[in-house]
Design a binder for this molecule. Structure first.
Ligand SMILES: [Zn+2]
Ligand SMILES: [Zn+2]
Length: 268
């Protein structure tokens, strides 16, 4: 079974002491690709260093909405320049977070517009973080698409059916994290039933939000399989089929990531 963690944060301090073991456990669990996600351009070197250390780990470049105030305006040119590195396969994570009040809404929106432009210019998928911002997010995604198409994914999906439908309508993918395994997440599972199979991805968002039965522990890429299992139940397919479909979807969206060698099962 080949599986992909489309969104983790392996550069965070909680992985500092055992990153090699974390990556090894992921491989043993069938993970063939992982994308470690940038949250601050000022920390990009650290993120890139993790991706450069492992053949099967790739990274993104961008500014998390929580950091949109403190990181200042990152220019389109700067994002595009950093995105040229062969290990950089996505733009973000960027977006809107109205749940935490960590940076002003206008700063979040300005930063998000720059990231949309970077995704359009580079052709790399935009990794979108959206929390309690469904209606503004859908408006901004569509506004961006009017200036020209760009690929992207709603990561750690917790939104309602309207944002899901409007994002899918402009070609977006939807990535499910451990939250989908929580008992309380019935409304998310219900929304996901209507998302087309060919638009689904899985992720951990580790070190946060470990899926059941690991809930409360530090999350890590190996646990992607628990999310995959629950997603398979929701969609009424086998775990193996869900893993295959989400891996194919990932490779289609993250087109800069070299596909793993299928014939030998080895990671290349
Ligand atoms: Zn996020
Ligand atoms: Zn994240």
């Amino acid at each position: 079974m080949r599986i992909v963690d489309s969104h983790c944060h392996l550069d965070f301090d909680s992985f500092e002491n055992d990153i090699d073991a974390v990556v090894e456990r992921a491989r043993e669990a069938g993970l063939c690709r992982m994308v470690t996600i940038c949250t601050k351009v000022s920390a990009f070197d650290r993120v890139l260093a993790v991706a450069e250390r492992y053949d099967d780990v790739f990274c993104s470049v961008g500014v998390h909405p929580h950091e949109a105030g403190s990181e200042g305006d990152v220019s389109l040119d700067r994002l595009m320049e950093l995105a040229r590195h062969p290990k950089v396969v996505g733009i973000g994570e960027s977006g809107l977070d109205y749940y935490y009040d960590n940076s002003p809404v206008e700063a979040q929106k300005a930063s998000f517009r720059t990231h949309i432009a970077a995704a359009r210019e580079t052709g790399l998928p935009l990794i979108v973080h959206s929390r309690d911002a469904d209606s503004d997010m859908a408006d901004m995604l569509e506004e961006g698409a009017r200036d020209g198409a760009y690929p992207g994914v709603l990561h750690c999906f917790t939104a309602g059916p309207e944002l899901a439908a409007r994002a899918v309508a402009i070609g977006f993918y939807v990535s499910l994290a451990g939250i989908i395994t929580f008992k309380s997440a019935e409304s998310i599972r219900e929304t996901v039933r209507d998302v087309p199979m060919d638009r689904l991805l899985v992720e951990t968002d580790s070190p946060y939000l470990a899926p059941v039965p690991m809930r409360g522990k530090r999350n890590e890429p190996a646990y992607t399989r628990h999310t995959n299992r629950v997603l398979a139940e929701v969609k009424g397919v086998s775990e193996a089929e869900m893993a295959e479909v989400t891996t194919e979807n990932f490779l289609r969206l993250f087109s800069k990531v070299p596909p793993p060698d299928v014939s030998s099962g080895a990671v290349v």
